[in-house]
Design a protein around this ligand. Structure first.
Ligand SMILES: NC(=O)c1ccc[n+]([C@@H]2O[C@H](COP(=O)([O-])OP(=O)(O)OC[C@H]3O[C@@H](n4cnc5c(N)ncnc54)[C@H](O)[C@@H]3O)[C@@H](O)[C@H]2O)c1
Length: 428
């Protein structure tokens, strides 16, 4: 296998062609491997095979086109097309259920597919973020379903993905990577494989350490954002701008306070702390409380909005409110767990109308002017670059009442003629 990786003759199947799987498949295909992408959504398969990406990400269309035109990447929904491959890389989603416990059904189903079609000597890699011990359990599932012995008849690795949407193709190359093998040989093979395009540092460890490392990283970020959000609440109490205070505190050589805002969204951050503490043998109060604080931020934003409506005597049930941005993150079309939806849910029964505008997301108003025409209040829920240079004094002329609530620190200075509120932006 090492030789086949070295001369790029190893054949690769990537299971799940979403935000992580498609870029990964493209990277291996453009590194010279033959890659088959296996995806259950047929419309996604069709779109990819026609050279068109179904997700928004810088560079993706050109890189995908190149791989399709070179014939190194093909997508399929037929499991027979991924029979007998050397490498299987699993990139399916690992969401939470309603009760906040992990839903590993997508992963289990992907493993069942792989178990049917793999051969002796295959390398199975899980890139999905999973609760500790999952890789070992999935190796046991393959043993049970196929009768192959893990570490002897096949290799298995957890290789967590650490990219940030919007920078995926840069970070795939330059981020450091962890390869957690169920055996040292498994980790060795995966490291060699990814070295075909990774320029960052690479580290080998066990699969369980690798799973915990990935979950600790996102839990660290979530807890730190929760702390920044509590600082924002304090800033309201003292009538100061939290962003000024954070900037000054961060001049301390050992302090790096995170950015507060309307909430934490995306596929990963809201769920990964739950994957880490499940099944809980202890209370893990800090991690759970951080989740609760971050989940409560859309409600603070609602409070800011209703307070501003009160100041100008607009009864909420007469108010037309426009939400700018549905994506959870700037310049992305990804709306998974976006706090914008939590805000909409929190206000929709109490106001006359909620409108939305997001240039990256379908199903919203087509243009900003229409979305603002006759509105009483605007809430910025996403830090798209395009929102940073808006001329509020001009746009305000379209509005019936000029209220601006900034949930993402997009507006530096409150525009003239507006009642302004911002998360962490002082008195209200
Ligand atoms: N999106 C990110 O920024 C990011 C970053 C780091 C890690 N991760 C982790 O990577 C994993 C994938 O995340 P994503 O954002 O790419 O998810 P996604 O939902 O965008 O993509 C998953 C894809 O897998 C497909 N799929 C589901 N079950 C399948 C099956 N049995 N066979 C074939 N295809 C199947 C789905 O249709 C979907 O297209 C998750 O565990 C996530 O936590 C994501």
């Amino acid at each position: 296998m090492l030789d086949r990786i070295g001369d790029r003759s190893a054949e690769i199947a990537v299971i799940g062609l979403g935000y992580i799987g498609l870029p990964t498949a493209i990277m291996f295909a453009n590194a010279g491997f033959r890659v088959t992408g296996y995806e259950i959504r047929r419309n996604v398969v069709e779109s990819i095979n026609s050279g068109k990406a179904h997700i928004v990400e810088p560079e993706i269309d050109d890189l995908l086109k190149k791989a399709i035109e070179n014939g190194t990447l093909r997508a399929t929904s037929n499991p027979n097309d991924i029979k007998g491959k050397d490498v299987y890389i699993i990139c399916v989603q690992t969401p939470l259920r309603e009760d906040k416990t992990p839903n590993l059904e997508f992963l289990r189903s992907a493993i069942e597919t792989v178990a049917k079609v793999m051969k002796k000597g295959s390398l199975v890699i899980i890139e999905s973020t999973v609760p500790p011990l999952t890789t070992v359990r999935m190796a046991e599932l393959i043993e049970e379903l196929r009768g192959f012995r893990a570490g002897e008849d096949f290799y298995m690795v957890h290789a967590p993905e650490r990219v940030m949407p919007g920078r995926i193709f840069k970070e795939l190359v330059y981020n450091s990577r962890i390869f957690g093998g169920i055996t040292p040989e498994s980790a060795e093979l995966a490291e060699k494989l990814y070295r075909s395009f990774v320029r960052g540092q690479t580290f080998k460890t066990s699969s369980t350490v690798s799973e915990v490392v990935k979950l600790m990283e996102n839990t660290f970020r979530d807890v730190n954002i929760a702390l920044a959000n509590e600082f924002a609440l304090l800033a309201h109490q003292y009538g100061i701008d939290v962003f000024e205070a954070i900037e000054l505190a961060n001049t301390h050589p050992r302090v790096k306070i995170h950015v507060p805002g309307i909430g934490v969204g995306g596929h990963c951050l809201p769920k990964d702390p739950h994957l880490l503490v499940w099944p809980a043998e202890r209370d893990f109060g800090l991690i759970k409380l951080a989740r609760e604080i971050n989940d409560s931020m859309p409600l603070l934003t609602r409070e800011l909005l209703f307070n501003a409506l009160g100041e100008v005597n607009v009864p909420p049930n007469d108010a037309v409110v426009t939400i700018l941005g549905l994506a959870y993150k700037g310049n992305s079309d990804d709306t998974r767990n976006s706090p914008a939806f939590a805000l909409i849910d929190a206000i929709k029964d109490d106001v006359a109308e909620v409108r939305t505008y997001d240039p990256f997301v379908g199903g919203t108003h087509q243009n900003l002017e229409d979305a603002l025409n006759g509105a009483d209040a605007v809430v910025i829920a996403t830090d798209h670059t395009a929102f940073k240079s808006l001329n509020w004094e001009d746009l305000g002329k379209l509005m019936r009442t000029r209220i601006l609530v900034d949930g993402r620190h997009v507006v530096e200075k409150p525009p003239r003629g507006f009642v302004f509120r911002g998360v962490g932006r002082g008195e209200y």
